[in-house]
Design a protein around this ligand. Structure first.
Ligand SMILES: Cc1cc2nc3c(=O)[nH]c(=O)nc-3n(C[C@H](O)[C@H](O)[C@H](O)COP(=O)(O)O)c2cc1C
Length: 185
């Protein structure tokens, strides 16, 4: 048998995709937070996603108050903007769209804007909130999914290479590797 060692668990499920989450204040001013904790919760009926957000962040209050958010999946070339959005707070009056060269695009069913540069955008209405240890879990019902048309094959399948999602490990970022196979569920 291979030798196994026991290490201190810290963010122990990986890799995870990185998301840029947009929200708005009561005047419609948008904010962006970078998150590594973005996940599917219910897959088809309903389509619900979860995001884990620390209470200390500005986005936490906006999402709780406005009961909506947009999950945007950035491409690898947006890593600098991701790190920027994750290292300053909208609470300090910073317009992160302007500061990090991102373009707001009106959503269809929520007030929070999409990030135009991100190829996937999920408009979410809040359906649940739970304290979960050092983060709070927001559950969003995905009311509209947008994807750049060029990311889809003729059969409507998503081209992972073009999507170029940023993948997060405990201390590093990666991009997708080789396709291993296909499946249907
Ligand atoms: C790659 C990356 C992943 C992050 N993941 C999370 C996360 O899952 N949850 C969280 O609360 N903060 C996370 N952060 C930190 C927030 O993005 C950061 O606190 C941000 O400045 C909060 O912005 P706001 O105060 O404008 O909402 C992450 C930051 C980076 C760069």
């Amino acid at each position: 048998m291979v030798e196994k060692v026991q290490i201190q668990p810290r963010r122990p499920v990986y890799p995870t995709p990185v998301g840029l989450i947009t929200s708005v204040d009561s005047k419609g001013r948008p904010n962006i937070i970078a998150l590594g904790e973005v996940f599917n919760l219910s897959i088809v009926q309903p389509v619900w996603v979860g995001i884990s957000v620390r209470e200390a962040t500005y986005s936490h209050g906006l999402i709780k108050e406005q009961e909506e958010f947009v999950v945007n999946l950035p491409t690898a070339d947006l890593l600098d903007a991701v790190l920027g959005c994750g290292s300053c707070s909208g609470r300090d009056g910073i317009d992160k769209f302007q500061k990090f060269g991102l373009t707001p695009r009106p959503a269809m069913q929520v007030k929070s804007p999409l990030i135009d540069e991100c190829p996937v955008n999920l408009e979410c209405k809040l359906v649940g909130f739970h304290h979960v240890g050092d983060h709070d879990l927001f559950i969003g019902n995905v009311v509209t999914q947008h994807i750049n048309k060029e990311m889809l094959s003729a059969q409507g399948d998503i081209d992972a290479g073009k999507l170029d999602t940023i993948i997060m490990m405990p201390k590093s970022f990666w991009r997708m590797g080789d396709k291993l196979g296909t499946f249907r569920i």
